[in-house]
Design a protein around this ligand. Structure first.
Ligand SMILES: [Zn+2]
Length: 430
């Protein structure tokens, strides 16, 4: 189990980490990370021997080692030979689908703590019980729980969707379809009020889920833009095709295999069985300017390869052909220059580091582009790019110190030495 230890260490201006630390949270107000090699979207060519100063939880300065004198109030942490990347971001988790049962508090807090110590400093929850999520989000932000920062969604879908057992468990005690964070929307819904109710839950964005027409999705997005709340959603809503959503101005679309519904109303029957790679390579292409349009509108693709990959182990399931479709569409989208972020949508046995690995192994990403997907682009998908996602002065200090270079080998993303979230240091046991 993780132990939470608050300590203050001042050793003649330099901090050393004794080997006896178990998982620890280290309280230091102002500190400097020295001797690091910076890697982020702004340093795609790694910048060696740098000092990064953190003051009042913010990155206040970055300069070559020794080129400026550190004030006595700043504790230097010598990290010679180590690598510094922005905190990782998972843009698709579900932490509170059923808080009374499988997502009970003890289980969830355990996962959140593991996530943070693995280097994840922010997550986007893509719909669950927002009463619970609001509490976790507050406690994560203040540091009362050991967790990445949590940004969550208010879901909207057509009335047909509300028999889904996940909705029932997420809205216990409320008439199904009427919870402000899980609203059934029809042509007669007052959308001004519906968007205002969603916003009032503290959600960062509205998630469009299923059974919505293109016309209704377009109206919701327009009203959300007017009330200044983001809209993200599935890449296909039965009634609305990917192009309809992108044209309407949706900010991110989830689940790359759903983009194939640009071509079809349903997956062709002949596709629903095992085929060789040539069949899939020849068959799976989008017959429209969807990627061009996504690029032009800055629509971010939340691919969620991981969840399909894991489910596709059963070759007789629909996940198998969905994964074959998805991994080809993401290659095309990547080549076309579509922005892609890193959502996992899994049961949290594997984290975003595995999604990054899949992007490189299956979708042709460079290691650098996988890192950008999990940091800068993921921050953009949530709408927190002004404060997080890169290593720059005046950004909040969400950082990960790695023992080994992730550009040399993507698995090195797991060689975590330290995690810093909101300027607080977390040291994992080795
Ligand atoms: Zn999901």
């Amino acid at each position: 189990m993780h132990k939470r230890i608050h300590i203050l260490l001042f050793l003649s201006g330099t901090l050393f980490f004794p080997l006896c630390f178990l998982h620890a949270q280290i309280a230091l107000k102002d500190f400097a990370l020295t001797g690091v090699t910076l890697i982020d979207a702004g340093h795609t060519k790694p910048s060696a021997n740098q000092t990064v100063v953190v003051k009042n939880n913010m990155i206040s300065d970055i300069f070559p080692d020794g080129s400026k004198i550190l004030p006595d109030s700043v504790v230097a942490i010598n990290l010679n030979g180590k690598y510094l990347i922005p905190g990782l971001i998972d843009t698709h988790v579900h932490m509170a689908t059923d808080p009374s049962d499988i997502d009970n508090r003890a289980t969830t807090l355990n996962v959140l703590s593991k996530m943070l110590y693995s280097g994840i400093t922010s997550v986007r929850d893509m719909a669950g019980d927002a009463r619970t999520l609001a509490s976790y989000s507050r406690d994560a932000m203040t540091g009362d729980i050991i967790s990445p920062n949590i940004y969550y969604s208010a879901l909207m879908a057509g009335p047909q969707f509300f028999e889904d057992p996940r909705v029932v468990s997420s809205t216990k005690g409320i008439v199904t379809g009427k919870a402000p964070y899980m609203q059934a929307i029809s042509d007669t819904t007052n959308l001004v009020l519906a968007v205002a109710r969603a916003k009032g839950t503290g959600a960062t964005g509205i998630k469009l889920y299923a059974n919505l027409s293109a016309q209704l999705a377009t109206k919701i997005i327009a009203e959300a833009q007017r009330q200044q709340i983001k809209v993200w959603g599935h890449g296909w809503l039965q009634g609305a095709r990917p192009t309809d959503l992108v044209k309407a101005g949706i900010s991110s679309v989830s689940h790359v295999p759903l983009l194939i519904y640009e071509n079809f109303d349903s997956i062709p029957v002949s596709w629903r069985s095992k085929h060789d790679d040539k069949f899939w390579d020849d068959s799976v292409h989008i017959h429209s300017d969807l990627y061009k349009l996504m690029k032009a509108n800055n629509t971010i693709l939340d691919a969620t390869l991981l969840t399909y990959k894991r489910a596709a182990k059963n070759e007789n399931s629909r996940w198998y052909y969905q994964y074959q479709i998805g991994k080809r569409l993401i290659r095309d989208a990547y080549k076309a220059g579509v922005k892609i972020c890193t959502g996992t949508d899994d049961d949290q046995e594997e984290f975003v580091q595995y999604e990054m690995q899949l992007l490189t192994e299956e979708a042709g990403f460079s290691n650098m582009d996988a890192l950008i997907a999990a940091t800068k682009t993921a921050a953009e998908a949530i709408g927190i790019e002004n404060t997080r996602g890169t290593i720059e002065p005046n950004k909040i200090a969400d950082l990960v110190v790695l023992d080994k270079n992730p550009l040399a080998k993507i698995e090195n993303i797991r060689t975590v030495f330290l995690v810093i979230k909101n300027g607080e240091i977390f040291k994992a046991d080795k």
